[in-house]
Design a protein around this ligand. Structure first.
Ligand code: CTP
Length: 406
């Protein structure tokens, strides 16, 4: 459901001779599923690990392996492949190919294509940790960075050679986000944004807490989408099962009071704050150090009010800073949204209809009503990531109208 950023994008993948080449076959398959137009260029040694047929079948396109074809249509392959590309990804990038690129060499189809392209080139190194740590490789990677190549750092872990350390090919989720970023207009470049997500947990004792049904998916999608748009993203998150989106700095909190502290610590430096978290409005008045036995639990639980973080942010809002809220409502959506917009001094509020099918809590999709001082807009029922994309588009327009950067 929803749009994918990769649909119709021309992505060239350069595969080099490393055992990690088999992982990249899976990536090609993922990109083809998301309707990208994937062309694969393989170095001679890459074909020793995975056959060109595998990449041809997964991409649905011919795979390029050599400089010299048989017919005249192949003569300019090294120019034509890179000419139309939206982005070129080299994965796995071996120490050898990195060294050749750092020296501007063009001695096979892949290196020649890279030298001839104007597209953004992303490099995913993968090699033994000692090769990766070697000063020559470090220098070559630095040279590539200086030349404007994007380097997607390898991860640490057990490698095919049974050694542990840095050098394992980056995970697909990370690579996918960098690819998405490379083809997304960088409308939030230079902006620091703060997103809150998930529920808060208000403990009663070490075993029990009060909480709500928030999964964090909407807030995490907002953080992911902001990274793709070039923002520096801080995600203050209540407890969720979700992994931290790549490129995002996550601050984990449990309670509303912890979220209040974390948000106020970072808010001053941010030009946009989006409060997607479902903050518990109340906490048990008393926090028991030890588990309360059932015979001793008072059936009338006394509650204390939590701070309203968004209300406080509204009071402290700086000139040019944008404050975006969420509201969970089951009726009178526009009216309730407008009330909260005014009360909390917001620029925009996204109202979730929690009474709807597949909207709001837990699901993969959402439909929100946007309320601002200039009116309302109902967004389509779509994936949470697409909802996040649409929301950032609206926020970006507001940023362009705002008096000055916070
Ligand atoms: N919010 C907050 N701190 C709270 C409660 C809510 O920052 N203690 C924020 C939420 O992150 C959300 C917005 O306020 O962006 C609206 O939350 P919601 O619970 O819908 O509204 P309330 O103001 O708590 O009102 P009510 O529950 O009565 O509808």
């Amino acid at each position: 459901m929803g749009q994918t950023v990769f649909a119709g994008k021309k992505i060239v993948i350069g595969v080099c001779g490393s055992i990690a080449a088999f992982k990249v076959a899976g990536w090609v398959s993922e990109l083809a599923k998301e309707e990208a137009m994937v062309s694969v260029v393989m170095t001679a040694s890459a074909t020793e690990f995975v056959t060109p047929l595998t990449f041809a079948a997964l991409s649905g396109n011919n795979v390029h392996t050599g400089m010299f074809g048989t017919g005249k249509e192949d003569v300019m392959t090294h120019i034509s492949i890179g000419r139309d590309a939206d982005v070129i990804l080299i994965a796995p990038a071996t120490a050898n190919v990195i060294a050749r690129l750092a020296n501007g060499m063009a001695d096979d189809l892949l290196t020649t294509t890279i030298l001839a392209t104007r597209a953004q080139v992303l490099v995913c190194p993968a090699m033994n940790s000692r090769m990766y740590a070697h000063p020559a490789t470090r220098r070559n990677l630095q040279t590539l960075k200086d030349l404007g190549y994007g380097i997607i750092d390898p991860e640490s872990g057990m490698m095919a050679c049974k050694e542990e350390g840095d050098g394992r090919l980056a995970e697909w989720d990370t690579v996918k986000e960098h690819l998405a970023k490379s083809i997304t207009p960088q409308a939030l470049q230079g902006h620091k944004v703060l997103v809150t997500a998930g529920p808060t947990r208000e403990p009663l004792d070490p075993a029990r807490f009060l909480s709500n049904r928030s999964s964090g998916k909407m807030g995490y999608a907002l953080a992911r989408s902001a990274f793709r748009r070039g923002a520096e993203v801080i995600l203050v998150s209540g407890p969720t099962a979700l992994p931290c989106p790549p490129g995002v700095t996550r601050v984990n909190v449990q309670t509303a009071e912890e979220m209040y502290e974390a948000v106020l610590t970072h808010a001053g430096a941010c030009s946009v704050i989006v409060k997607a978290a479902a903050v518990a409005d109340y906490r048990p008045e008393e926090l028991h150090e030890h588990k309360v036995k059932k015979e001793n639990i008072d059936v009338n639980l006394l509650l204390a009010k939590n701070p309203d973080i968004l209300l406080e942010l509204g009071k402290r809002k700086k000139t040019g800073q944008l404050l975006i809220g969420f509201a969970a409502e089951s009726r009178n959506l526009a009216e309730e949204g407008l009330k909260k917009l005014r009360k909390k001094n917001l620029d925009l509020i996204a109202v979730n209809d929690i009474g709807g099918d597949n909207t709001g809590f837990e699901g993969e999709s959402n439909q929100v009503l946007l309320v601002s001082s200039s009116g309302t807009e109902i967004l389509p029922h779509t994936s949470k990531l697409h909802t996040a994309d649409l929301l950032w588009e609206r926020i970006t327009s507001l940023l362009m109208q705002s008096p000055q950067k916070a």
